[in-house]
Design a protein around this ligand. Structure first.
Ligand code: ADP
Length: 159
């Protein structure tokens, strides 16, 4: 029986769509680890430390959720964190192909790894970190899309 699940991603930055997936997944497992990937190849706007700090603050009200950073192969990190369940969010058909490919690759690397998909809530299907970065980068208000600590971080970053 799996008691620890991991929700990996870049979280650059964490949005209300991510928070929704985390809160729903946290009801299904004893512990949920939000794994923040270094993702250097994606050239993130927020540093790894900033992304971890923002997610930690945004999720502080969920007692069985932990936020940890990782780099390298997710499958190896899953072993290290003693977990066999990967949580991923699915917004639209456009997510499907990439997500299924990723799940298959992780299973090829480690046959004991299962990926569980959580369908995005309808009000967040349009929401992505990249859209939020674009809006904030052009001076738009992102209060409806991200936790308060993230909107504050955008103000600091772009001012
Ligand atoms: P990655 O770089 O690994 O795709 P992201 O931070 O962009 O990292 O996304 C992490 C996971 O969260 C992915 O499975 C993505 O599909 C999912 N996700 C992103 N935005 C939303 C949202 N608005 N609703 C539900 N799931 C989402």
């Amino acid at each position: 029986m799996n008691v620890i699940a991991v929700y990996p991603g870049t979280f650059d930055p964490i949005t209300l769509g991510h928070v929704d997936v985390v809160s729903r997944a946290s009801l299904m497992f004893k512990t949920l680890i939000v794994g923040i990937a270094a993702s250097e190849n994606k050239n993130p706007l927020f540093s790894l430390d900033e992304r971890v700090a923002l997610a930690t603050e945004a999720l502080a009200n969920l007692p069985n959720v932990k936020v940890r950073a990782f780099s390298g192969l997710l499958a190896h990190t899953m072993r290290e964190w003693d977990s066999g369940v990967i949580i991923r969010g699915l917004r639209a058909i456009s997510d499907f192909e990439y997500e299924v490919q990723l799940a298959e690759v992780n299973k090829q690397i480690d046959k004991d790894l299962e990926t569980v998909f959580i369908a995005a809530s309808h009000k967040y299907t349009f929401l992505s970190s990249s859209i939020v970065r674009d809006i904030a980068g052009h001076g738009g208000n992102v209060d409806d899309f991200v936790p308060k600590c993230v909107s504050n971080a955008f103000v600091e970053k772009f001012n």
